[in-house]
Design a protein. Structure first.
Length: 282
């Protein structure tokens, strides 16, 4: 069944992204622009090798959509990495994963997909979690919150663009466009404040590309295999993986209010995912 295959793709993607997220937290002293650059150029080694090995046309077919996906994607990625300088990594990821909600809303407006009344209830639960984080968690930085919410809006648009591209492009072609645009953008923005990495920062920076590559490819495969509304909410698993990794590996601490807010966001996405799956089975 296509939906089950897409869910497996998305789970693998979320695990890869969670590893990347925690690595980013280790690189707190490195600018977001440099992180974008290294995360992207590292993935380019994989994408170009793959496309050349299997003789897949690098430029693809839907060039305008592919470029748009790259521009929207690099905007979302840069804003997210910037937000991690002000927020705990688990909180930043949980807030970024409002993206499936924005994706569902954009899908309704642009792709004419239907949103059930129960889904609107789940969306309200998620946004209530955000309000709890903002209103009751004194550790939450307002600027970081603004950055990550805007990032989630752009991430939601990415889902729509990938859906519009559909199966007309190989997943690696889609990722390659994203990485090329992100490498150029991150490199140019880093010119004025470049800091040479020191010691372990080098392998950590290049590992971002490895994790990011597999995360992007399998996310793209998932979104190309099933409807956005059925697959996108599965990405909530990244929140769980990241929070656990953050506590164990980065010694992050979470207040009860932040955990409650994060839990409400996750709960809303889980319910929405289960509701969507049941609806498809019927």
């Amino acid at each position: 069944m296509a939906v089950n295959k897409a869910i497996k793709y998305m789970i693998f993607s979320t695990l890869a992204f969670a590893c990347m997220n925690v690595t980013v937290k280790y690189l707190i002293e490195v600018s977001a622009y440099q992180i974008v650059f290294f995360r992207s150029i590292g993935s380019l080694f994989f994408t170009f090798w793959f496309l050349l090995k299997y003789k897949i046309p690098i430029l693809g077919n839907n060039k305008k959509l592919l470029i748009l996906r790259g521009l929207v994607g690099v905007t979302a990625m840069t804003l997210f990495f910037m937000s991690t300088k002000y927020l705990s990594i688990g909180t930043a990821v949980s807030l970024r994963y409002l993206a499936p909600i924005f994706a569902a809303i954009f899908a309704m407006l642009i792709l004419k997909e239907k949103i059930r009344s129960m889904q609107w209830l789940f969306f309200m639960i998620a946004f209530s979690g955000v309000l709890i984080l903002k209103g009751l968690d004194t550790q939450l930085d307002s600027y970081g919150l603004l950055l990550v919410v805007i990032a989630s809006v752009f991430s939601g648009l990415v889902y729509i663009i990938i859906s519009k591209i559909g199966k007309s492009e190989h997943p690696v072609v889609v990722v390659n466009y994203f990485m090329v645009i992100a490498t150029i953008t991150g490199g140019l923005l880093s010119l004025n404040n470049w800091l040479n990495p020191i010691g372990i920062e080098w392998p950590l920076l290049f590992s971002l590309g490895v994790f990011g590559y597999f995360g992007q490819v399998y996310m793209t495969k998932a979104l190309q295999t099933a409807k956005i509304s059925k697959v996108a909410p599965i990405k909530y698993l990244e929140v769980i993986f990241t929070v656990v990794f953050g506590i164990i590996l980065v010694n992050e601490l979470y207040s009860l209010w932040s955990l409650l807010g994060i839990s409400m966001i996750i709960l809303a996405l889980v319910l929405n995912s289960q509701y969507g799956t049941k609806d498809q089975i019927k």
